[in-house]
Design a protein around this ligand. Structure first.
Ligand code: T5A
Length: 207
């Protein structure tokens, strides 16, 4: 079976981490070899950048953008592309859609600049499937707040996260690789939707 690249996207607290655990159990049951990883992060360099991005001091918006892509370049080269070449499925907690949403929507950096960096770092390489977990910002923030203190990006205000959510939803309208999942549903219903989409991808991968 061919390797597949699946990304999980959405604002904070919509259930990405929770549902990645569900995806891992499903892949194990199906005897599909996989790795799970995350952005920013996934490599030694990426994890160092993550620490600076989420828990360091002031980072200006364009430095933030470049650090996200620096982490991604290393991640693609060292982890994502080699795993897919070995026919593994790669499950990645966030990818370039988060950059469009947070640095483009949230920070209001120009989309064409993000798109140039995207071309430089991964050209036409795109996820096979992007699961966009969607919920109103108030719901996501209330769920995330239970986890403890906010990091540098989580400390942004409601209007920032509303722009992030809008950008995710706009992007989802533009590419068939997206599956938008209503994350306000019960966890069982969210996971039933995810499973339907994974079954479709498995059928495609076997052809
Ligand atoms: N970033 C990242 C950028 O700005 N640009 C980029 O290019 C990239 C790649 C990374 C940060 O970096 C930014 C975005 C982020 O600010 P992160 O590690 O992805 O951060 O962390 P968060 O998005 O902050 O992840 P969270 O842990 O906050 O949210 P999750 O993973 O979406 O939510 P999860 O699974 O932890 O669930 C939260 C709570 O809700 C419950 C869970 O049990 C848990 O308690 N829950 C539900 N409850 C009821 N019903 C449901 N359906 C539920 N689903 C989950």
């Amino acid at each position: 079976m061919a390797g597949k690249f699946i990304t999980i996207e959405g604002i904070e607290g919509v259930g990405k981490t929770t549902n990645i655990e569900f995806i891992k159990s499903w892949l194990t049951q199906q005897n599909i070899e996989f790795i799970t990883t995350r952005e920013p992060g996934g490599t030694e360099l990426g994890e160092q950048l993550r620490e600076l991005l989420l828990h360091g001091g002031d980072v200006c918006s364009s430095a933030e953008l470049l650090m996200m892509f620096a982490s991604r370049a290393q991640h693609l080269e060292q982890v994502i592309k080699p795993a897919i070449a070995q026919n593994k499925w790669v499950i990645c907690d966030r990818f370039t859609d988060s950059t469009y949403a947070y640095q483009g929507g949230g920070r209001q950096l120009q989309t064409h600049v993000i798109s140039q960096l995207e071309q430089l770092v991964h050209g036409d390489f795109q996820p096979d499937l992007t699961l966009l977990l969607d919920a109103p910002v108030e719901i996501g923030r209330a769920r995330a707040a239970k986890r403890g203190a906010a990091d540098r990006i989580e400390a942004e205000d409601l209007s920032f996260f509303n722009r992030v959510r809008d950008m995710f939803l706009n992007r989802a309208k533009q590419a068939v690789r997206f599956s938008v999942i209503d994350a306000t549903q019960s966890l069982d219903s969210v996971q039933a939707d995810i499973q339907t989409r994974l079954n479709q991808l498995k059928t495609e991968a076997a052809q």
